[in-house]
Design a protein around this ligand. Structure first.
Ligand SMILES: N[C@@H](CCC(=O)N[C@@H](CS)C(=O)NCC(=O)O)C(=O)O
Length: 198
């Protein structure tokens, strides 16, 4: 299996950590989402990473679908619990964490894709509000229990805030900081996939 990704992608990191925890081997081929000549746009019409290329050439996206596939290949009930309650708790957490990551990424893209005079402060604030509310909800009730696709997604979203927003989220969220420390201690692949700010 080939994973098209890039080192700083929180969603690509999610897939790498899931594969490591499941003991599955994926070779990573770096993708440039901004390049029209990168084969990524043929592999995934959306031109987004992560995209997984299976042995028969089938491609899978996005990160939630890829992790669901990897979990199934590994026998199921590993990172996505089979039982109804825990399953939807894990999927809900994944959704919240991915949404947090999306809102953070959109703020970064506003700076990367728009000239300074065209940047829309209200749009950036709108996205920042999503990040703040998600962090507040998670601080009030940090995840507990087994490592799931949800906790992996959350660790990667928080890692992205560390990378792109100087870890400022840490100030007001001590319980979440402690939770992330615990995750990092339990999952060596988290540290192994860390990217240092340039
Ligand atoms: N919901 C998607 C989000 C993927 C995503 O936004 N990836 C970013 C990089 S971290 C990307 O490919 N951006 C390029 C683009 O949007 O054109 C997932 O979970 O995989």
């Amino acid at each position: 299996m080939i994973l098209r990704s890039a080192p700083a992608s929180p969603f690509g990191r999610k897939v790498k950590i899931a594969a490591a925890l499941l003991g599955l081997s994926v070779s990573v081929v770096e993708a440039d989402t901004a390049s029209p000549t990168d084969s990524l746009r043929r592999e995934n019409p959306l031109g987004k990473i992560p995209t997984l290329i299976l042995e028969d050439g089938t491609t899978l996206f996005d990160s939630a679908v890829i992790v669901a596939y990897l979990d199934a290949v590994a026998g199921g009930n590993r990172l996505i619990p089979a039982e109804l309650g825990p399953r939807f708790a894990a999927l809900r957490l994944e959704s919240l964490a991915d949404g947090l990551g999306d809102a953070a990424l959109l703020q970064v893209y506003e700076g990367r894709w728009r000239a300074a005079e065209k940047r829309e402060a209200a749009w950036v604030e709108h996205q920042a509000g999503k990040v703040e509310r998600a962090l507040a909800a998670l601080e009030a009730e940090p995840p507990a229990g087994a490592i799931t696709v949800g906790s992996i997604a959350l660790a990667c979203a928080l890692g992205y805030l560390d990378l792109r927003f100087d870890g400022r989220w840490r100030g007001g969220h001590p319980r979440l900081v402690a939770w992330l420390d615990g995750f990092a201690a339990a999952v060596p692949a988290f540290e192994a996939t860390r990217v240092k700010p340039a």
